[in-house]
Design a protein around this ligand. Structure first.
Ligand SMILES: [Zn+2]
Length: 463
């Protein structure tokens, strides 16, 4: 072991102090350039990271499960680095120096518990398993993919121009994300306000992939049903078609690492009509309207997506307004059936509380939408104002901060006070006053029981 000389000990101490100090300005962090390569025949992914800035200490790491898939990690092309599960600390990084990580893509793909992490012409592997990087870096750092001809990437980061270079952004490196590499084309769907980059993994033949793409292109404009604008300028959509599965969309999720991104697992045998009638896609796309709200804000996030999954589809004519109310009413019934329990903000993913999280959350947004409309605004309008000021957002929003920002648009609508009441409530909310305002009866949604009501029509009627 080499004893540190006094000067480098000081450098280390100073750099430790710098790392320990609260660091809000990303500009203080070094900028890195990453180049990702793929050797399809060997099933090896390489990540080369370089920085023009000298740094006293660099802590390289990937996700906590990444180590078994790392074949080698070298510095400057010769020095072997030996990380443990928490990564490796590297001292005296020289200006212009590079590291290179080689990842066993085959075993990383095989680790997928649903066995769809690897196929003949693709790998779907979380960046937590392959993306070795300094824990802290400048958000303007870039990632470039240099893949062989015919191979593409599907990644959440924001593209720079039309290149295969992406801006890394400021989201923490432990936020989940989805990445895939393979023989597929990314299809751009341009809509007012933004575009979707859609990749369909080659798990089924080309004609089946084409029908999935046709369906998704028809479905995506549901995003415009609030105020005609897509919530985000650029969004990765990764579609995994599941051969032999006839449930239309058994699973979907939005991840936030790199940027907000949508993953949809689509039953390849369901067919266009079943895909069209499924609610999951509208639900996931509706999540793009809010920033990451953490576990305390989960009920707000799931509630917002559950509310809009029906409102948007009624507005775009996928079913009638009456049917939209019937489905919301049925959701509230499922939430009510859970009975009382812990305060809404403390409800995790356990037991039957899920239905309360989703539908008490949706009730919050319905009641807020009603109050906003009674004061000349709407939920669409305040979310639009939030989007213009704050999206895309690369940080965690405590739920009260999100609601405070919405509340500021129309304070008379009481969004913040209602939030506080709901978050601490142990019961499903009493919606009788809201139903009365809408001219609806709980559990009896049919055209005969619904006298004309402009408030109700302003929410659900086709536009
Ligand atoms: Zn959801």
């Amino acid at each position: 072991m080499r004893m540190p000389n006094p000067r480098s000990a000081w450098t280390t101490l100073i750099s430790l102090l710098l790392v320990a100090a609260p660091c809000s300005a990303g500009a203080a962090q070094a900028r890195w350039e990453f180049v990702v390569g793929l050797e399809p025949a060997q099933e090896i992914l390489t990540v080369r990271g370089c920085s023009a800035q000298a740094q006293a200490l660099v802590r390289l790491r990937a996700g906590s499960q990444a180590l078994p898939y790392l074949k080698s990690l070298t510095r400057g092309g010769q020095q072997t680095l030996r990380p443990d599960a928490r990564g490796v600390r590297v001292n005296d990084w020289q200006a212009g120096e590079c590291f290179e990580a080689r990842i066993d893509l085959k075993s990383a793909g095989l680790a997928d518990r649903y066995r769809i992490g690897r196929g003949k012409d693709y790998w779907r592997v979380s960046p937590a398993l392959w993306f070795w990087r300094p824990r802290r870096l400048n958000p303007e750092s870039t990632l470039e993919f240099r893949l062989p001809a015919g191979w593409s990437e599907s990644v959440p980061w924001t593209p720079i121009g039309e290149s295969q270079r992406y801006r890394l952004g400021a989201t923490p490196d432990d936020w989940p994300a989805q990445t895939a590499f393979g023989r597929f084309d990314e299809t751009l769907i341009d809509l007012p306000g933004g575009r979707l980059r859609v990749a369909i993994l080659p798990l089924v033949d080309a004609s089946r992939r084409q029908s999935v793409m046709d369906w998704f292109k028809d479905t995506a404009p549901v995003l415009l049903a609030s105020d005609g604008q897509v919530p985000l300028p650029d969004t990765q959509v990764l579609i995994v078609p599941l051969p032999g599965v006839s449930e239309p969309v058994p699973w979907g999720q939005v991840s936030r690492g790199g940027a907000a991104a949508v993953a949809l697992f689509v039953g390849a045998d369901a067919g266009s009509e079943a895909w069209r009638q499924d609610w999951t896609t509208a639900h996931e796309l509706a999540h793009l309207q809010h920033p990451f709200l953490g576990s305390r804000g989960r009920w707000l996030a799931e509630g917002l997506a559950s509310y809009y999954q029906y409102v948007w589809r009624a507005r775009t004519g996928q079913f009638s307004a009456t049917e939209g109310w019937r489905r919301l009413d049925a959701g509230f019934k499922r939430g009510r059936a859970v009975g009382s329990g812990p305060p809404l903000a403390e409800l995790g993913r356990g037991w039957g509380g899920t239905m309360r999280v989703y539908w008490a959350g949706a009730a919050y947004w319905l009641e807020s939408d009603i109050a906003l409309r009674q004061h000349g605004s709407s939920l669409d309008a305040v979310l639009g104002a939030f989007r213009r000021q704050h999206l895309p957002s690369e940080r965690n929003w405590p739920p009260e901060d999100f609601i405070t920002a919405l509340d500021a648009e129309v304070p008379q609508a009481g969004l913040l006070a209602r939030y506080q009441r709901y978050a601490s409530d142990r019961e499903f909310p009493d919606l009788r006053d809201s139903y009365r305002a809408l001219g609806l009866k709980i559990g009896q949604i049919n055209d005969e029981e619904m006298p004309a009501n402009p408030l109700r029509d302003s929410i659900m009627k086709q536009r």
